[in-house]
Design a protein. Sequence first.
Length: 174
Amino acid sequence: MPDRPTDPNDETRVIERDGSGGRPTAPPSETRSRGYGTDLDPTLVVAVLAGAIALFMLVVGIVTLARAGVPVEDLTGGRTTVGPFARSSLMGIIEIIGGLAMAGVAASRQAGSLTAFGLIAIVFGLVWLIEPQAFGDALGVDRGTAWTYLFLGALATAVGLWAPERAHAVVVRR
């Protein structure tokens, strides 16, 4: 191996391969994740939160459509209640689309996408709190929906801003 200048900040290590020519092996202390202060992977937190939000939105949206139906002539005509939430068929469709988008965020583990969803949810939650009847006729939503989306948006934004966009990688030079 050629001589290289020694940099005191360089944490590059040579990890020897095992005798079978397979993957490099290293003591567990050298392969642990670094940079977060714990062994918790922030992208996993992004995936779990996005998955939970996707599950909530998809269940509420699908139950809404199952109960209210999909009126061909008027998407805002079918009304129902799912748990504590009042909904129209249009809101059910919007929640299904949003739930599918959040499932994509969960699969990709992209913190920036979770932050974007969180900010959009905060805006809708605030609008529905300030002006509860703004979309009441079309979406059939009430203050319960406003508080729910405000809470989910704040949580998603906080986690999205906390998690790094990319996981740190350890580079092994030979």
